[in-house]
Design a protein around this ligand. Structure first.
Ligand SMILES: [Zn+2]
Length: 180
């Protein structure tokens, strides 16, 4: 049960990260536009958005790929990036969390930090784990990479510390970006 919940959470955070990545990819090469990469929009029009229109993938599906107000097309590339990252993160979570202790730790984090704090800890744990794995792959150790056991529990603990110390301002800032 906890494995399924963790996979769903990973997919959820994958959607959020994919949405943020989309904005970064579309804005940062065009710094001359002087638009912030943190502004949550990836449309060609400037129509005002309802809060639910910022929900990755689901809003695109609900709107059938068009702006609710002016019916301008919304590029499918954004949805593909968001869905791809969500699926990739869900697969990683499903494959990396069958071990009973990595589950007990998440339950402990949820009891300590509450569900939002535990999810934030999980997010930071997965990101830090990925950052740890990338240099191993770049260093040409792909052949051994399959045999390397990443200490996910260690990264989850670090994520838990980050969440405990700065979780509230991080969540508050992110929710304000999302318009809540
Ligand atoms: Zn529009």
């Amino acid at each position: 049960m906890l494995r399924i919940l963790a996979t769903l959470c990973a997919a959820l955070f994958g959607l959020v990260f994919g949405s943020f990545l989309n904005v970064c990819l579309s804005r940062w090469p065009h710094a001359a536009r002087a638009s912030s990469p943190l502004t949550p929009t990836a449309r060609t029009c400037d129509c005002p958005l309802q809060w639910w229109e910022n929900i990755p993938v689901f809003s695109w599906l609900a709107l059938r790929g068009r702006c609710r107000t002016c019916r301008a097309l919304i590029g499918w590339r954004y949805t593909v990036v968001e869905a791809s990252i969500a699926i990739l993160w869900a697969i990683c979570a499903w494959r990396s969390l069958p071990v009973s202790p990595d589950a007990k730790l998440m339950a402990m984090l949820a009891a300590w930090l509450g569900l939002p704090g535990a999810l934030l800890a999980f997010f930071f744990g997965v990101v830090l784990g990925a950052l740890f794995a990338i240099p191993i792959l770049i260093a040409g150790k792909q052949k051994q990479a399959g045999a390397v056991k990443l200490p996910l529990g260690t990264f989850l603990c670090i994520g838990g510390i980050i969440s405990a110390l700065w979780g509230h301002p991080i969540l508050a800032t992110h929710l304000s970006w999302a318009g809540f």
